[in-house]
Write a protein that binds this ligand. Structure first.
Ligand SMILES: [Zn+2]
Ligand SMILES: [Zn+2]
Length: 263
């Protein structure tokens, strides 16, 4: 299967992306990469940050027609369990976006690092996957290495200790809630071989259980579109077909939207 959709592309409005990562340039890069559908989104961790979504939307709607279909999304990053459980469907219903991607950017604690951070994370990924308003669960098991090291722990080097029972339960939960799981380009880049082995096996198991997958470059910079090549290799290696993947279509967006997210 050739990758033709990427639902996780950041813009110059993130505050930490390349300044030329505009919707117009993103569309041009995506066309060159042979994509037919792209999802442009931004991190939103607070009500104030939602303004960037409106700016992106305005720019996208002002683009001349042509090129890959553009969908507008949001990457919600609740950073505590309370925030994760506090958001519900009514909070995201009126945003006027095409899809919601949720990614755990967890703040670890010394206690969690010392006890069993992987088991804790499994619990949270399961909870996130169960939320019916989430379309895509982004980058499972992503962690920010400097933060982890600051707490005296080491990033996960492999996922061999993932409990197969948990993987089955996670897959069941995703199917029931209609949540697709993202194969994120950054997760397949610069990781130790043992991590990649376990991570690929995780996605192979999910596909085998009938969970829909989603491709996301997580590009913050034009050069990061190159992650598609890495992702394509993984897709080929795992023998994933078009039926294994989520296919999003743009929704009819309301002209005026509000942002009632309580974070
Ligand atoms: Zn993220
Ligand atoms: Zn992202």
């Amino acid at each position: 299967m050739k990758i033709t959709a990427d639902y996780h592309i950041h813009t110059c409005y993130s505050g930490h992306s390349a300044p030329d990562q505009t919707p117009e340039r993103i569309r041009a890069h995506a066309a060159t990469a042979g994509l037919t559908h792209i999802g442009i989104l931004e991190h939103v961790n607070s009500r104030e940050e939602s303004a960037r979504l409106y700016r992106i939307r305005e720019e996208v709607e002002a683009l001349p027609p042509g090129g890959p279909e553009i969908l507008l999304g949001v990457e919600l990053n609740p950073v505590t369990r309370t925030l994760l459980t506090a958001i519900d469907r009514s909070d995201v219903a009126d945003i006027g976006l095409d899809y919601v991607l949720l990614g755990l950017h967890w703040r670890l604690t010394r206690e969690i690092c010392a006890v069993d951070s992987l088991r804790f994370r499994c619990e949270l990924e399961l909870l996130a996957a169960s939320l019916p308003w989430v379309d895509i669960l982004a980058h499972p098991f992503w962690e920010y290495a400097p933060e982890v090291r600051l707490l005296g722990a080491e990033p996960w080097r492999d996922l061999a200790s993932l409990d197969p029972g948990w993987v089955r339960e996670f897959a069941r939960t995703c199917r029931r809630a209609g949540t697709a799981v993202e194969m994120n380009g950054a997760m397949f880049t610069g990781r130790p071989p043992e991590f990649l082995r376990g991570y690929k096996a995780f996605f192979a198991a999910l596909a085998g259980e009938g969970v829909l997958l989603s491709i996301g470059s997580d590009a913050h910079h034009p050069t990061e579109f190159a992650r598609h090549q890495t992702l394509q290799q993984v897709v080929d290696e795992l023998g994933l077909t078009d039926h294994c993947f989520l296919h999003l279509q743009p929704k009819k967006r309301p002209a005026q939207t509000i942002w009632p997210l309580p974070i």
